[in-house]
Design a protein around this ligand. Sequence first.
Ligand code: TMP
Ligand code: MG
Length: 403
Amino acid sequence: MPEFQKKTVHIKDPAKVEEIICGLIKGGAAKLQVITDFDMTLSRFSHNGKRCPTCHNVIDNCKYVSDECRKKLHELKEKYYAIEIAPELTIQEKYPYMIEWYTKSHALLIEQRFQQDKLEEVIRDSDIMLKEGYETFFDKLNEHTVPVFIFSAGLGDVLEEAIRQSGVYYPNVKVISNFMDFDENVDLAILGGYLFVQSIEKGAKHACAGAVAEDQKRMSWNEDGRRCSGPETPIQPDQQWDRPWDTSGGLSAALQNAVDKPLIPGVIKGFKGELIHVYNKHGDALRRTEYFSHLKENSNIVLLGDSLGDLVMADGVSVENILKIGFLNDKDLEIDSDPTSTSKTDSLNKFPTDLNGQSAIRAHDAVVFQIDESLEKYMDLYDIVLVKDETLDVANSILQKIL
Ligand code: TMP
Ligand code: MG
């Protein structure tokens, strides 16, 4: 296959790869399934020399997150991403740091009260991009109804919307990831000259009471049912929220029309299910078992990932042949273009093993050292390693043979 001649392709054991691919071809579409990571695997790591965002970064960088919060999120990323990719640390050593990162980062997002109805716009305005050749990849797999399992430690809401906006969110795609949990939408009702919050779902009223409690003000509403500044009467958090309203005017009519439509958009209040971070992808047993229990016949697997944590995504799945394709991204882009910059070196120096004691190493040398060491490790663990490859060409050429 000509795609295998590309400079980006590194294979430790070509005979083994050939044997696996032959097994996959023999099984054809009926036996195949794809298990893939999202960030930096299906999505691009860089485009035109610029780093592309992860799912989390899409939210971090959006206009609905305050500058102060963004700064904190970037500081967290600087510290913890260096740990995520550090070749000198074991997965066990990295594990508690990943939990710490996700816990802090998700707590900050919740503090920002991000609204569900902003997701579409935020993703449309972001630089998140799927890898070149994504159309062929998703179209072909859908055409042959090959199950595609996207297992991501990113944000499910963001990645689903990104795939949807790219026009490839087909029914054969299943996503397991960290999904935001939004407050229920709250409907307004006008009764007896009083306007108050009426919750259809249990919990909705509570959500609204929270919103009221936060600014300690009464709310008022304009013609299209949106909240606007109103009579500034402080109220107590648990006080019943109602107030006289002129029910005869156009405003009331507009509100009456709006009854049963969500007027207060859902606001993030947490995350659903078990946390998925980069190094616990063998976990979340329940959701995975449910999905894979229907796919016992699909024992030929193409696994795609970019992190060493992605290698366990197929653990517990019945396997006849598995081909593991790993993207090793351009870590050089992680640091400032100035090779004498110490920012990367500083974070690397925090690690116990400290680059084998080479603490005075320049940042650029440190990164080159890191890539070389990672390539060796990646080639031991992934069957095919793609270095700085922003395309799905290799995966597509293999799928072409199988399907
Ligand atoms: P993945 O499993 O789809 O690759 O997604 C996980 C990536 O998300 C991983 O590289 C870490 C990254 N991440 C951020 O960029 N910002 C954050 O705040 C967190 C918690 C993770
Ligand atoms: Mg990834």
